[in-house]
Design a protein around this ligand. Sequence first.
Ligand SMILES: O=C(O)c1cc(=O)[nH]c(=O)n1[C@@H]1O[C@H](COP(=O)(O)O)[C@@H](O)[C@H]1O
Length: 240
Amino acid sequence: MSRPVIIALDFPTAAQALVFLDQFPATTKLTVKIGMELFYAAGPQIVQAIEARGHAVFLDLKLHDIPNTVESAMRVIGRLGVRYTTVHAAGGHVMLAAAKRGLVAGAAEQGLPAPKLLAITQLTSTNQAMLNTDQQIPGTVQASVVHYAELAQASDCDGVICSAQEVGAIHAAVGTDFIAITPGIRPATAAADDQQRVMTPTAAAKAGSNGLVVGRPITQAENAVRAYQQILTEWSAAND
Ligand SMILES: O=C(O)c1cc(=O)[nH]c(=O)n1[C@@H]1O[C@H](COP(=O)(O)O)[C@@H](O)[C@H]1O
């Protein structure tokens, strides 16, 4: 399985996202994440425009609603030809299974492979105190994340989104074939911003992460292409 460095295209307009991508040589095929900000602004058209350039798309809309609504929405997402998409594990078993059904059905309608369904565990902006006080979940962040990984696997998801800090425990619990994609990635010198559970690309690779999601350290760098290449080089070297 390939281990991508996924660039989070957290931009407010399609134009800004495309100008950002124009900095890369046309032969460079990326995996990019379209999240709520860009999708709400630019819709399925931006997904298609980016796919038409040959990039793989991770459509990160973090669905969390009643099972019927999630199934119907996932059916639409399944038709878009994206490689990964997300749902909140906190929605529970029935909702997660409905998400998978919708995704598989939508992809089949277009004769496409189903996108990988990744369940959000605990956001990387959540720390121990927030878990125990805001969410009123007792115990450790790691225990909650591993629980959600087990729930996601039992509900037919393909993997989870988590901090690289929990990847070892997740793979020990559910096996190394279960995908663990990790945001909250910061090169050693970068600011953490609003992220609470961060790791460097090297540490994430050593922990067994199946792919990185990186936004601001690339999109807000003075030289975005160089920032991406430095992270890719560090990640690839540590994965060897
Ligand atoms: O689902 C995600 O991608 C996600 C989950 C999570 O727990 N933490 C997290 O940061 N993300 C996303 O990963 C990206 C991280 O961006 P940066 O903090 O700028 O690198 C953003 O697009 C977030 O929406």
